[in-house]
Ligand binder design. Structure first.
Ligand SMILES: [Zn+2]
Length: 282
């Protein structure tokens, strides 16, 4: 470009900067106003970023990283420009807070009680435990189906753990019917363990109609091996769902009802529902 061209260009463009022509130019080219805004916004962003970087260098010294003043200043920065500062609060929920453990009694270890026709307690327990797991997953919980001596039981952490068993298949008497629930004899939090037992007994009886037999819990139940293996924060109980002899029909032909009784008991405990201990057998 030579000087003549430059001059002629200047002369030529002059009228456009004055009078009516300017208005026409801007109307026919609506985008002409945008570059100035973009430049301004860009500069603003640069200043905000520069301010934040400077602030972060100032804030994040080892001594004041977690001080109240730091949090206060970050909060003020967030108030000034909520979209620029990333959310500080993250969801800290650990898996244990929504986790439930279900032990299928005797599973992968031994048969447990055995009936004359070959039906085993292990089979009955596993069917019920599997249904309990499915129902609780449908309720939104993370559920571990555990075998009798599952290696995960060591220091197992969960909101609650229930071990599912059934009583003998031998005929004892016409009184040998109904269910039992027990917590560990030495629970770390006895009031929580007691509440779990009450919830299980009440809800299980209401759904299944089986008789509650609180006075016939055995040392096998109160000193159940898993109680000593799991983490002390995990509330745990063991349920004998019924007798394989006199309660066989409901246990094997209506396992869904049995499972629902257990699920309702667990949810009663987890959700802190109102509950009163059902009247025990005389
Ligand atoms: Zn058993």
């Amino acid at each position: 470009m030579n000087n003549d061209d430059f001059l002629s260009l200047e002369e030529h463009s002059e009228p456009a900067g004055q009078g009516a022509d300017e208005t026409i130019l801007e109307e026919t080219n609506p985008g002409s106003g945008q570059p100035r805004f973009s430049v301004f916004a860009g500069l603003q962003s640069v200043f905000i970023v520069a301010f934040l970087i400077a602030s972060l260098f100032t804030l994040f010294t080892p001594n004041n990283l977690f001080s109240g003043e730091t949090l206060e200043r970050i909060f003020q920065a967030w108030q000034a420009n909520p979209t620029t500062v990333a959310p500080l609060l993250v969801n800290n929920s650990t898996p244990e807070t929504a986790r439930i453990g279900i032990v299928a009694g005797h599973w992968q270890n031994d048969s447990g009680a055995v009936c004359d026709d070959g039906l085993t307690e292990e089979q009955v327990n596993l069917q019920i435990a599997t249904l309990v797991q499915q129902k609780l997953i449908a309720e939104g919980y993370a559920v571990d189906l555990l075998s009798e001596f599952d290696e995960r039981l060591s220091q197992y952490k969960a909101m609650v753990l229930i071990s599912i068993h059934a009583d003998t298949c031998e005929y004892i008497s016409n009184e040998a019917t109904g269910f039992k629930v027990s917590a560990a004899i030495h629970s770390f939090y006895p009031e929580k363990a007691n509440r779990l037992v009450v919830c299980m007994a009440d809800r299980y009886q209401a759904i299944t109609g089986l008789k509650y037999r609180p006075n016939s819990t055995t040392p096998d139940m109160t000193s159940y091996h898993a109680f000593d293996e799991i983490h002390t924060e995990t509330t745990a109980a063991i349920i004998e769902t019924g007798f394989l002899n006199l309660d066989r029909q409901i246990l094997t032909e209506n396992p869904d009802l049995i499972a629902q009784g257990i699920v309702n008991g667990l949810i009663c405990y987890i959700r802190n529902e109102n509950v009163t201990l059902p009247t025990p057998l005389p």
